[in-house]
Design a binder for this molecule. Structure first.
Ligand SMILES: *[C@@H]1O[C@H](CO)[C@@H](O)[C@H](O)[C@H]1NC(C)=O
Ligand SMILES: *[C@@H]1O[C@H](CO)[C@@H](O)[C@H](O)[C@H]1NC(C)=O
Ligand SMILES: *[C@@H]1O[C@H](CO)[C@@H](O)[C@H](O)[C@H]1NC(C)=O
Ligand SMILES: *[C@@H]1O[C@H](CO)[C@@H](O)[C@H](O)[C@H]1NC(C)=O
Length: 333
C-alpha cells in the first residue's frame, strides 16, 4: 500500500508533467494543421478553382436589399475593429449581454473594438417596435430588408461586408462573431494591431461538401451544380473570424447576392477567397471550441484564447460567458 504522503508526492511530481503534455498537444495540433495546409495548398489548389468569379464592382456601391435601420456615423470614432454580430430580431438578451461585456463604453474606449448587431426583417410589429426603441437608445443595430432566417445568413454576411465598405472603410478590421461566442477583446486587438495577414481565424481543412449520402444536417446540403468538388478549400470556422478591409473589398467584387451559398463561412473565406491574393493567419487552438471540459479561465487569463465558441452549451460545468468575462475583468483591476 502506498502511504498517503507518498501519494501526495506522486501527485506533486506528476502535475508539471501533465501540464507539459497539455502544452505539447496544443502545439502539435497547430503544427500538424500547418503542415497539411501547406501540402494541400501546393498540391490541391489548382483543381479547387471552380465557379464564375469574374469581377463585378457593383456590390461595392449598390446593394439589392435596403438598410431599414442604419448607423452611418457609427465609425466616426476611431476604431480598430468593427465587430459585426448577426443576431435574430428577438434575441434581445444576447445584445444586452454583449453590451455589458466588451460592448460597454469603457471597454470600447480601451480596445477600439466595438460590437454592432445585424438583424433581418421581423413580421412581428411589437418586436419591431421594441427593436426600434433599443436602436434609439444604443445606436448599434443595423437592420437589413430580407427575411431573417438561418439560410439567409449568407446574405447577412454579405450585408456586413457591403455595410463596412460603404460606411466604415477606414476601420482596418471586421470581426464577424456569433452571439454565442466569447470574444477576448484585449488579446484580439493586441494581435490585430500588428497583423499582416488579411484573414485571422481557426482554419478548417478538407471538409466534405454536404451531399445526400454523407450529410447529417440537411441545412448544409449543396447541389452538385452549385459546387461540384468533394472537399472545400481551407476556410474559417464560421462562429468567429476577422478579415481586413482589403478582404472586404476583394470579396465584394467576386461575391454574388443572387444565389446565396448556404455555407457562408466556406463561401466567403474559402471558395471566394482562394482565387484572390489573400493571406491567412491560422490561430488554430487560440479559438477554443465548445467541447471544453472546464471553464477556460486559464487560457483566457493568459491572453492565449481569442475566442471561445459556444462554451455554455456542452460543458458539464455550468458557467456562462459572463462568468468568463468577470474573471477576465478581475485580472485587470
Ligand atoms: C460569368 O459571369 C458573367 C457576369 O455575370 C456572365 O456574363 C458570364 O456569362 C458568366 N459565365 C459563365 C460561364 O457562367
Ligand atoms: C431570404 O430573404 C429573401 C428576401 O427577403 C426571401 O425572399 C427568401 O425567402 C429568404 N430565404 C430564406 C431561405 O429564408
Ligand atoms: C507592434 O508594433 C509596434 C510598432 O509597430 C511595436 O512597438 C510593438 O512592440 C508590436 N507589438 C507586438 C506585440 O509585436
Ligand atoms: C490533404 O489532401 C489529402 C489528399 O487529397 C487528404 O487525404 C488530406 O486529408 C488533406 N488534408 C488536409 C488537412 O486538408
Amino acid at each position: 500500500m502506498i502511504s498517503r504522503r507518498r501519494k501526495a508526492l506522486l501527485v506533486l511530481l506528476a502535475a508539471p508533467l501533465l501540464l507539459c503534455l497539455k502544452v505539447i498537444t496544443d502545439e502539435q495540433e497547430a503544427e500538424v494543421v500547418k503542415r497539411e495546409f501547406i501540402t494541400n495548398r501546393t498540391h490541391g489548389s489548382a483543381k479547387q478553382k471552380v465557379g464564375n468569379f469574374s469581377k463585378s464592382y457593383k456590390l461595392l456601391t449598390e446593394f439589392p436589399y435596403k438598410f431599414l435601420m442604419d448607423e452611418p456615423h457609427f465609425c466616426a470614432e476611431d476604431l480598430l475593429v468593427l465587430n459585426m454580430m448577426p443576431v435574430s430580431v428577438g434575441d434581445v438578451e444576447s445584445r444586452a449581454r454583449v453590451r455589458r461585456m466588451w460592448g460597454s463604453r469603457e471597454v470600447v474606449a480601451s480596445t477600439k473594438l466595438r460590437p454592432l448587431f445585424l438583424v433581418g426583417e421581423s413580421s412581428d410589429a411589437e418586436q419591431q417596435r421594441r427593436l426600434q426603441e433599443e436602436s434609439d437608445e444604443y445606436h448599434d443595430v443595423i437592420q437589413v430588408g430580407f427575411v431573417d432566417s438561418y439560410l439567409n445568413l449568407t446574405l447577412k454576411t454579405l450585408s456586413a461586408l457591403h455595410w463596412k465598405h460603404t460606411r466604415c472603410r477606414q476601420v482596418p478590421w471586421l470581426l464577424k462573431s456569433d452571439a454565442d461566442v466569447f470574444v477576448s477583446p484585449w488579446a484580439l486587438t493586441k494581435l490585430l494591431r500588428n497583423e499582416t495577414a488579411d484573414i485571422v481565424c481557426r482554419l478548417l481543412f478538407s471538409k466534405n461538401v454536404c451531399r445526400p449520402h454523407n450529410c447529417r444536417d440537411k441545412r448544409w446540403m449543396i447541389p452538385l451544380e452549385v459546387y461540384p468538388n468533394e472537399f472545400y478549400p481551407p476556410y474559417c470556422n464560421g462562429p468567429a473570424y476577422a478579415v481586413n478591409q482589403k478582404f472586404v473589398r476583394e470579396i465584394l467584387t467576386v461575391a454574388s447576392a443572387e444565389k446565396p451559398f448556404v455555407m457562408e463561412d466556406a463561401y466567403y473565406t474559402g471558395i471566394l477567397a482562394q482565387g484572390l491574393d489573400l493571406k491567412y493567419n491560422n490561430i488554430g487552438s487560440r479559438c477554443q471550441l465548445y467541447h471544453l471540459k472546464q471553464p477556460p479561465y486559464d487560457t483566457v487569463g493568459r491572453g492565449r484564447s481569442l475566442f471561445l465558441v459556444n462554451p455554455e452549451r456542452k460543458s458539464r460545468y455550468r458557467y456562462t460567458l459572463e462568468d468568463v468575462w468577470n474573471y477576465l475583468i478581475s485580472l485587470r483591476t
